[in-house]
Design a protein. Structure first.
Length: 223
């Protein structure tokens, strides 16, 4: 039997922490190893418990979820994934959470099955970017007057095919969907994704998607 996915829950509401703990501990492949009451507590306990995934609330007293996410994912060689949970379905939170290094974004009213599957997806190194969230991200970049951030010149480090794959990642397509679109093997897509991350110095495909928006490779036109 494989090692369970270790999860830590950071939320200032005790009932939320306990509720998520009960739901996730019913899954044979997931184990809740700890809880944190705010962002600062989350940062300290990640260092102590070394979870695979942190479920991070956005709004907490003191250090909030976005700042804590930035600190946790900013540690060199860190493999911890952050899945942001919030009751606020707002563009600014989607953008800021993903830009801070979160690998996914989920509303607190998600079902137990959706929550468990989100943990598995993020733990596996995939981005939790549903088409709905992708569209909101693009809308937010449009409102903010994207592109901004990284220089578009960095895209010159990629081959034409890698640039095409990056664009499709940013549109929310999975590796299988990209493979179908380009008429290539899924393993070929995985190879391209790996090279894109290495060349651009990015943690995962979520950061790759944000990079694509910020450089203007993906624009709101047509969405």
């Amino acid at each position: 039997m494989s090692t369970p996915i270790k999860v830590m829950i950071a939320d200032d509401q005790m009932m939320v922490r306990q509720g998520f703990t009960v739901l996730l501990n019913t899954q044979p492949d997931i184990e809740v190893v700890g809880q944190a009451v705010d962002g600062a507590d989350a940062v300290a306990k990640v260092a102590e418990l070394c979870p695979d995934v942190v479920l991070m609330d956005i709004r907490m007293p003191g250090m909030g979820g976005i700042e804590a996410t930035s600190v946790i994912t900013g540690v060199p060689a860190s493999t911890v994934k952050v899945l942001v949970l919030t009751t606020f379905d707002l563009d600014e939170y989607v953008y800021e959470a993903l830009r801070a290094g979160a690998s996914g974004f989920l509303l607190k009213d998600a079902s137990a099955e959706q929550l468990a599957e989100a943990v598995r997806v993020v733990a596996a190194g995939e981005a939790l970017l549903s088409p709905n969230i992708t569209k909101r991200l693009i809308t937010e970049f449009s409102r903010m007057g994207a592109p901004r951030g990284p220089s578009k010149a960095r895209l010159g480090e990629l081959t034409e095919r890698e640039t095409e794959v990056l664009s499709l990642i940013a549109q929310g397509l999975s590796n299988a969907e990209i493979a179908g679109h380009l008429i290539v093997a899924e393993q070929t897509v995985k190879t391209h994704v790996g090279r894109i991350l290495v060349k651009l110095g990015l943690r995962d495909r979520t950061q790759a998607a944000v990079f694509a928006y910020e450089t203007g490779l993906v624009r709101p036109t047509g969405y």
